[in-house]
Design a protein around this ligand. Structure first.
Ligand code: SF4
Length: 627
């Protein structure tokens, strides 16, 4: 294995030949470099996309901070090299290395991959290969690092089961420390790899696929997924942090221009709106909020530590933060006289959102974005994101009347039971919004319609439905392209190939692992990049494996079908999801469950935790029954 010095010497010969060498050198402000030999556990956090994207990933920054606070462990980082750098690294025999110490990744005890979305799977294989680590868990020995992964995509880990030793299901802040403790204990005891993995499998929220057996029915659907070892849980229940820990503030400051050069403070986690298409809203329940004081203090510390000029206040639904008006007012006061733009994503469609943006008018970053997701009231009932057209138009009036020229509207096509009339309604609604703008701004008013395609994600009420075919998607997109012409409109959409690929990967079972492997072997990587993704390599991989891609995307599921992710529990009851799916088909909506608990199943699962953390920071009811 190369030493860090050897890695650096080889790097010096190639760095000036690649685009943006700053991606590959580390040394950023707030980087943590610990003495390699003074710690017991060395963890490399790996984001399998390029530095420019990975550096601002909040989850990775939190874990970096969390682990580096331990005196007995270190966390370093690695990102995917862009194709020019990878070619040179391979030709000069430079393995994937960490930015901090330049140790090859193979020298670490644990590699922690961040998998927030499924189109990072082939990059994950590529990085393991570039690191010289056996791709398959079965091929790794005691001297290889433990390869773990976490992130939202891991709520269906099966397509990556062959390559990842252990998955973290849910929130990582506490469990990462337990994984390090267990690793140290097993190392002290001289346990072998299999025994180490067995110990990992006993940590709540950790899924080790090799200890589970999958059986199939004749029709190709699953018969069962059951543990094969005593002491390994039947269901892997997600980890959930009862009280959000103090926010990370010592953000790494990139040396180069990146996608989001900003500091972020997560104001709340979870969402209780219950939009039926939204996986993040389901798997991150319950809602837990930070206090305004905590957020302000963290924002100030983060700005002081980084000199950042942009602050993102993150959550799945900013308007739902209880004290949002107070927060925005105090942020404005706190940074008075300072140049700091503030982004506030996912605002509700109402005039309160306009007031919020008005308060931030000198600090706002970007335009005004609203996400009705569907354009007919029928469809909004189906997806449970109920607003009226009049609410949307009134909000648009308020926005344009205050001088905002452009409104971005997010829609989705492909919702269950959608017809071409529902898609036509998207175009019609965009035109009505533009007409409101013209009242105030004349020909300056603009509408940007961002139209993605629905994918029925695991752990949502829509997990029983199918994805539109490429032909259906194209017909709907063609209609919108035809309708939304002219310089006042901008239309962006997701290519059908991207939708299908994400659908296959997010709904796949264990057999999909061989498709991922074959696609990577066929040269696929950077699937999240439209100019890099090679769709034909994927269809070729399905053919090689004699699997039908339509099996994963284009068939409705039986009510009792065993899903590949059924042994992974986000604690929302399956029956609740199915009933909610039935409610959707009858057009029944339910409102924010903070106002009227809908008994989704979280509280029985986390009753003890809720009892230990009573009060307002959770937005679920108190648990009053005796323990
Ligand atoms: S327990 Fe009740 S309030 Fe909490 S997330 Fe579930 S339905 Fe909503």
């Amino acid at each position: 294995m190369l030493t860090p010095l050897e890695v650096e010497t080889r790097l010096e010969r190639i760095l000036l030949k690649v685009q943006k060498p700053g991606r590959y050198v580390g040394g950023e402000l707030n980087v943590v470099v610990k003495a390699w030999d003074q710690v017991k556990t060395r963890l490399a956090l790996v984001f399998p996309d390029i530095y420019d994207i990975g550096i601002s990933n909040l989850g990775l920054q939190i874990l970096y901070d969390q682990v580096n606070q331990r005196p007995d462990a270190l966390a370093e980082r690695a990102y995917a090299p862009w194709v020019d750098m990878e070619d040179l690294m391979r030709s000069k025999d430079i393995p994937l290395y960490s930015l901090e110490s330049k140790h090859p990744l193979a020298a670490f005890d644990i590699l922690g991959f961040s998998l927030p979305y499924e189109t990072l799977y082939t990059n994950t294989l590529n990085l393991l290969d570039l690191a010289g680590i056996p791709l398959r868990t079965a091929g790794r020995s005691a001297s290889d690092p433990l390869v773990i992964a976490g992130g939202h995509a891991c709520f269906n880990p099966e397509p990556m089961h062959a390559f990842i030793d252990a998955f973290v299901i849910g929130e990582g802040e506490e469990v990462i420390l337990e994984i390090i403790d267990t690793h140290q204990r097993c190392k002290r005891a001289g346990l072998g790899r299999e025994e180490l993995l067995l110990e990992m499998a006993k940590i709540p929220g950790v899924y080790v696929p090799r200890f589970y057996e999958v059986k199939y029915l004749d029709d190709g659907t699953l018969a069962s997924i059951i543990p094969t070892f005593p002491g390994v849980p039947e269901k892997i229940v997600k980890r959930m942090v009862a009280k959000l820990p103090p926010p990370t503030t010592r953000f790494l400051v990139p040396n180069i221009d990146v996608v989001h050069n900003r500091v972020s403070v997560e104001v709340m986690r979870g969402c209780t709106r219950g939009c039926r298409f939204c996986q993040a809203g389901m798997i991150t329940r319950p809602v837990r909020e930070r206090t305004v004081d905590e957020i302000i203090t963290a924002a100030q510390s983060a700005v002081d530590a980084t000199g950042a000029e942009e602050l993102a206040l993150l959550s799945l639904s900013s308007s739902d933060y209880t004290d949002i008006l107070e927060l925005v007012t105090r942020i404005d006061e706190q940074f008075s006289g300072k140049h700091l733009t503030v982004s506030l994503p996912s605002l509700r469609i109402d005039t309160v959102s306009v007031e919020l943006m008005e308060k931030l008018k000198d600090r706002r970053s970007g335009g005004f974005t609203l996400a009705p997701e569907a354009a007919t009231e029928r469809m909004r009932c189906i997806i449970n994101k109920y607003i009226t057209d009049e609410q949307l138009l009134e909000t648009a009036r308020q926005i344009y009347s205050r001088g905002w020229v452009n409104i971005k509207l997010y829609f989705m096509i492909g919702h269950p039971s959608e017809t071409l009339e529902d898609v036509q309604a998207i175009a019609d609604l965009c035109k009505r919004v533009l007409a409101e703008g013209r009242e105030f701004l004349g020909s300056k008013a603009k509408v940007h319609a961002g139209v993605s395609t629905f994918i029925p994600k695991p752990h949502t009420p829509f997990q029983w439905v199918s994805v539109d075919t490429a032909e259906q998607i194209k017909a709907k997109q063609t209609l919108l392209m035809h309708e939304l012409r002219g310089s006042a409109f901008k239309l962006s959409w997701t290519p059908p190939e991207d939708t299908l690929l994400e659908g296959w990967l997010s709904r796949g079972d264990r057999r999909m692992a061989e498709v991922v492997y074959a696609a990577w072997k066929n040269g696929t990587k950077f699937d999240a990049w439209q100019d890099q993704r090679r769709f034909e390599a994927w269809t070729g991989a399905f053919a090689t494996q004699k699997l039908d891609p339509a099996f994963y995307t284009h068939r409705p599921r039986r009510a009792d079908e065993v899903f590949p992710w059924d042994h992974i529990s986000d604690t929302i009851r399956r029956k609740y999801l199915y009933n909610d799916y039935l409610r959707s088909m009858s057009g029944t909506i339910h409102l924010d469950c903070r106002e009227n608990c809908d008994a989704c199943g979280i509280l029985p699962a986390f009753a003890t935790t809720r009892r230990e953390y009573p009060g307002i920071y959770w937005k679920c009811p108190e648990v009053r029954s005796p323990a």
